[in-house]
Design a binder for this molecule. Structure first.
Ligand SMILES: Nc1nc2c(c(=O)[nH]1)N[C@H]1C(S)=C(S)[C@@H](COP(=O)(O)O)O[C@H]1N2
Ligand SMILES: [Mo]
Length: 395
């Protein structure tokens, strides 16, 4: 059979006009976007109208990957100027055998890898602390969105770059510095503006899934997510994943980064001698269906669905309660179930009887951590991960 033009049936030819069902003429907007549930992130804009903060409509998501335009963004200082990848450089210095300066092309000569991971800001769900203490209204994740998302990130292992520079017995921390300069509003008087930085312990820095990422969900990084290159530390709170990466300084002693013991810590006060650095993401689950604005449902079969994740390992089990935690039922974990990703889970609820119900979900990860009923209270209101009850009436 010949392969010339004439053999190609008309409907396969790319130069044919595309016809559309007459019903479509009434529809306007993006053709490839039909049908679409209108999903909009909650955004904050700067005084020139540019988006600077994004909260993810987690309650409306399907699947495991958060589309990039819906992925949350957080940063502490003003968004820094754009650095084109052609002008970008990364300095690798400190306790290494050979200090390096890498440009974008040189970075991309190392063998790459992709990592799928949930990213959660330590400040996610912070208002639940007040709610649990009876000092605030119940927050609505549906209306407020969340600083919680999941992406596939592509880049090179930080370990490859560190090995190129050469490690020594004194290479114990890697201080990653961004290109955003600022001064936290709560910094002590006299504190000078500084570039956002975090000092990663060498074990986590050398983990093969800790990468210097230049792409997210199949596209080069967007500026708000740290272009041209960011650090990505899967399993640890979002604040470790330094955006707009400019410098890696290897040190022997733990660097005194401001966002360590003045902000992202567990403790009772800024002077608590037992302050503990926040690292691994807690084990946590949330119910997305029915969403937390739903007050009533009709009698019948309802799917209770949600997400569950942990920074310490894959999710092993999710249980659901409809009676406020008296009895628990095993939920179905929807595949795939990956080390750093969240899972989707579902429970078929036979809700034929009218009455009041309190829905809860409880996650267990593969290292045996179980989501707790009590929040871990801390001065900075970080890492809320407790089980939240959601009341619905079947009527
Ligand atoms: N350079 C820089 N990197 C940063 C921050 C920052 O303020 N500056 N914020 C961190 C915090 S608190 C979070 S939660 C994540 C958010 O990453 P995203 O905006 O891509 O979601 O970036 C982290 N990386
Ligand atoms: Mo964060």
């Amino acid at each position: 059979m010949s392969n010339d033009e004439g053999a190609i049936p008309d409907f396969l030819r790319m130069d044919q006009p595309v016809s559309s069902d007459p019903a479509n003429t009434k529809k306007t907007g993006d053709w490839h976007g039909w049908p679409t549930k209108d999903m909009r992130p909650v955004t904050l804009t700067d005084n020139e109208g540019r988006t600077v903060r994004i909260r993810t409509p987690v309650m409306d998501l399907e699947g495991l990957i958060t589309p990039t335009h819906l992925h949350y963004t957080v940063q502490h200082f003003a968004v820094p100027p754009v650095v084109e990848s052609a002008a970008w450089e990364l300095k690798v210095c400190g306790e290494v055998k050979t200090p390096l300066t890498l440009n974008f092309d040189q970075l991309r000569r190392f063998p790459a890898r992709s990592v799928r991971t949930v990213m959660e800001c330590s400040g996610s769900d912070a208002t639940f602390f007040e709610y649990f203490k009876g000092e605030g209204p119940k927050p609505s994740r549906t209306q407020e969105g969340m600083i919680l998302s999941a992406s596939e990130w592509t880049g090179v292992p930080l370990a490859a770059v560190l090995h190129e520079a050469g490690l020594t017995a004194k290479s114990l921390y890697v201080r990653a510095e961004g290109n955003d300069l600022g001064l936290p509003p709560t910094a002590a008087p006299g504190t000078r503006p500084f570039y956002y930085d975090k000092g990663l312990p060498i074990e986590k820095a050398l983990h093969p899934d800790t990468i210097l990422a230049w792409a997210q969900n199949g596209q080069l990084l967007e500026h708000l997510h740290g272009a041209p290159v960011r650090l990505l530390v899967p399993g640890w709170s979002g604040n470790w994943s330094v955006k707009w990466l400019a410098k890696l300084e290897v040190t022997e002693r733990e660097p005194d980064c401001w966002y360590h013991y003045q902000f992202y810590y567990y403790g009772t006060s800024p002077d608590d001698p037992d302050r503990e650095l926040i690292t691994t993401i807690e084990v946590k689950s949330i119910i997305i269906q029915p969403n937390d604005d739903t007050e009533t449902l009709s009698p019948g079969i309802h799917m209770i669905r949600g997400y569950a994740w942990s920074g310490a390992g894959a999710i092993d089990q999710v249980e659901v309660s409809v009676d406020g935690g008296e009895t628990w039922h095993s939920a179905h974990i929807e595949q795939p179930r990956e080390r750093f990703m969240w899972v989707r889970w579902s429970y078929r609820w036979d809700a034929r009887r009218r009455g009041s119900y309190t829905l809860m979900s409880r996650a267990t990860d593969e290292i045996g951590r179980v989501q707790s009923h009590e929040p871990r209270y801390n001065n900075m209101r970080k890492n809320f991960s407790a089980i939240v009850g959601h009341s619905v009436t079947i009527e």
